[in-house]
Write a protein of this length. Structure first.
Ligand SMILES: Cc1ncc(C[n+]2csc(CCOP(=O)(O)OP(=O)(O)O)c2C)c(N)n1
Ligand SMILES: [Mg+2]
Lengths: 337, 337
């Protein structure tokens, strides 16, 4: 599967060219893949085939897909436990992701990690992390390594608005600014951290300004608009690659589903969810843009079919892949000799 | 008296103490408005107001650090860390401040603080939602560590903890919240309403810290257990027919060493069971104490049954969890030794 970042490289579009039709189609496809994948994961969870904690990304697809369009293969990505979308966007195999959800040997972590803990060295995806805020320090360390190696890579570090209150986030901001590390911090502000609205958790009313004490430049962007996110990403990445230090993006987004599969979501109204779904959906938004560009219905139909088949294949794989071998329980604690 | 779940009993304890003592303040992530992810604090904010029961941002270090300051001043904070696995950012405040304030101020300042944390596995939570970190607390001088195994004890122990003049770590085996889970994950769990220890007295009462309880009298062998493993041990004894005396430690520190000695001197054999990883676990301390104080009464080596020395797995939960099969084998081997 070609991701939007790869397509951009192939078509040779420069970073500041606005998104063309081919790229937007790719973004549409990438977002749709995440959406359908997550819906399928939700179904498998309901059927008891996935257990434990499982946090769906539905509604937030434009954030990671938009950012990914601004990246070049080789840039690092790290995020929280709400990670399936990020993995698919970096080009990880949906089969391996789904099989980790079902705890099978074909999963990226051989069933050791589950939904929240998957990694791909090949795709420079440094994980899903279950501890809120932990990945922010790690992402800063990835950026340090880029700086240390004198390459021009950028570490994109995603976290929720809830996580943004963890002490280590501010420690990371200071360190990154002090050392001018090439890290793009992306706050995915979906308004809620579990059942707590951002305004009941954060005294900061504009999270994009949270890096202000350290003069970290920032943009607040409509995270439901994949093109807007891509453009913010372009600016952030250019800043980092120019050696100017960290950049902060606050993407205003929304999760349609509960925090995890067990969340009854009584802390918000149905109308609030409906408004976002019907008026701000990122996939509908991209589709409308493409329709305005004259893309034919049959193209969407084809993408839909292809994505559906891809997700079904992942689901089949995740159910047929064998259970991990009993010995897997004890491997990879430390290097065995 | 009414039958209650362990969650209801814990809530009841906080309710009783908030009613009796204005200095008792309850807070944590999603604790106020939402009533806690396990519902331990449901209704407390409505009853006592947002000054005495409130939500915090996702900031474990801040939660505990602020609580230490409040306690030093003379308030009695009872805070929730949503899962024990999220405790590590707060560990510095627990160890460096809470545990040592009394000693380094020569008793001028104390820290009457309770930190509640759900612990243990059996809910398919993987490595970031299943840990049993009790040994990290028992190793620290200046802390008390409590692990209830049933609703009646949970209420009395939590009241004792809130009234205690020193910091108490209150570990709640989350798999026991709704019933005395015995490790047979493929069978329905008896609800607490069918268990005599689900009988929770009304109003104020304490189970003094430092007192254990004998759950089953026996003459062949002593089992030392706490939390979830009490019920696993009961089942293992029943299934193997070994006439075990089962001691529910209830508090690890202070430890009821007299009861342990009396039992081991009577039976001459000792099996120690815990969910936490084996190496440097609390079982190592118990084993050393039994050896030091009961050596001439022992007829067999002291045996420990514990979690494997690995991070808590996602897919292989039931290979990891020390269930009645593993405990039962240890009982038979110890009898044969
Ligand atoms: C250190 C730590 N504290 C608490 C939790 C429990 N927890 C998991 S997700 C979450 C909410 C996080 O909200 P946010 O950062 O906004 O991310 P979102 O879930 O909205 O993507 C909480 C409190 C945790 N996993 N780790
Ligand atoms: Mg959020």
């Amino acid at each position: 599967m070609a991701t939007a970042a790869e397509t951009r490289k192939r078509t040779g579009k420069s970073r500041d060219t606005s998104v063309d039709q081919e790229l937007l189609l790719q973004a549409y496809r990438d977002m749709l893949l995440i959406r359908r994948f997550e819906e399928k994961a939700g179904q498998l969870y309901g059927m008891g085939l996935i257990g434990g904690f499982c946090h769906l990304y539905i509604g937030q697809e434009a954030v990671v897909v938009g950012m990914q369009m601004a990246l070049t293969p080789g840039d690092e990505v790290i995020t929280s436990y709400r990670d399936h979308g990020h993995m698919l966007a970096t080009g990880m195999d949906p089969r391996g992701v789904m099989a980790e959800l079902t705890g099978r040997s074909g999963g990226y972590s051989h069933g050791k990690g589950g939904s929240m803990h998957m990694f791909s060295k090949e795709k420079n995806f440094f994980g899903g992390h279950g501890i809120v805020g932990a990945q922010v320090s790690l992402g800063t360390g990835l950026a340090f390594s880029n700086w240390y190696r004198s390459n021009d890579r950028v570490a994109v570090t995603y976290f929720g608005e809830g996580a943004s209150n963890q002490g280590q986030v501010f420690e990371s901001f200071n360190l990154a600014a002090l050392m001018k590390l090439p890290v793009v911090y992306v706050i995915e502000n979906n308004k809620y951290g579990m059942g707590t609205h951002v305004e009941r958790a954060s005294a900061s009313r504009d999270l994009s300004k949270n890096g202000a004490p350290w003069s970290i430049p920032s943009i607040q962007v409509d995270g439901m608009d994949v093109v807007a996110v891509k453009e913010a990403g372009d600016q952030a990445v250019a800043h980092c690659r120019a050696g100017k230090g960290p950049f902060l993006i606050e993407a205003k987004t929304y999760r349609y589903r509960g925090h995890s599969m067990s969340d009854p979501a009584r802390y918000r109204t149905r109308e609030e969810i409906q408004t976002m779904r019907t008026q701000h959906d990122p996939i509908d938004g991209a589709r409308h843009r493409l329709e305005a560009l004259g893309v034919d219905e049959s193209v969407f139909k084809q993408i839909d079919d292809e994505v559906k088949a891809q997700v079904q294949e992942a689901a089949d794989f995740a159910q047929s892949s064998p259970e991990p071998d009993e010995r897997e329980l004890w491997t990879d604690v430390l290097l065995e000799d | 008296m009414a039958r209650k779940t362990m969650i209801e009993a814990i809530r009841d304890a906080m309710d009783v103490m908030m009613g009796r003592d204005d200095d008792v303040v309850v807070f944590g992530e999603d604790v106020g408005f939402f009533g806690g992810v396990f519902r331990a604090t449901q209704g407390l904010q409505a009853k006592y107001g947002t000054r005495r029961c409130f939500d915090t941002p996702i900031s474990e270090l801040g939660i505990v650090g602020v609580a230490v300051g409040m306690a030093a001043y003379g308030l009695r904070p009872c805070v929730e860390i949503q899962f024990a696995d999220y405790m590590y950012p707060a560990y510095d405040q627990i160890v460096s401040e809470a545990a040592r304030l009394r000693y380094r101020s020569n008793g001028q300042f104390t820290c009457p603080l309770v930190v509640r944390m759900p612990t243990g596995g059996g809910i398919f939570g993987g490595q970031t939602h299943s840990q049993s970190p009790e040994a990290l607390f028992t190793h620290v001088c200046g802390l008390k560590t409590v692990v209830p195994s049933n609703p009646a004890d949970a209420k009395g122990l939590l009241i004792a903890a809130i009234e205690d003049p020193d910091p108490v770590i209150f570990l709640e085996p989350k798999r026991l919240y709704n019933g005395p889970f015995d490790g047979h994950h493929d069978r329905p769990v008896t609800p607490w309403s069918n268990h005599e220890l689900g009988e929770v007295p009304e109003g104020h009462y304490v189970v003094p810290l430092g007192t254990s309880a004998i759950r089953r009298e026996g003459s062949a062998l002593t089992i030392l257990a706490y939390g979830s493993m009490v019920h696993v041990a009961m089942t293992a004894a029943a299934e193997t027919g070994v006439d075990a005396e089962i001691i529910d430690l209830r508090t690890l520190l202070p430890l009821d060493l007299h009861a342990i000695q009396a039992s081991v001197r009577k039976t001459g054999r000792c099996v120690i069971v815990h969910e936490a990883t084996l190496t440097s676990g609390f079982g190592a301390e118990l084993s050393a104490l039994v050896q030091e104080t009961c050596f001439y009464h022992l007829e067999a080596p002291v045996v420990r049954v514990a979690g494997w020395d690995t991070p808590y797995p996602h897919a292989q939960e039931w290979d990891y969890f020390p269930g009645p099969g593993r405990v039962g084998r240890a009982l038979l081997e110890t009898m044969a030794a």
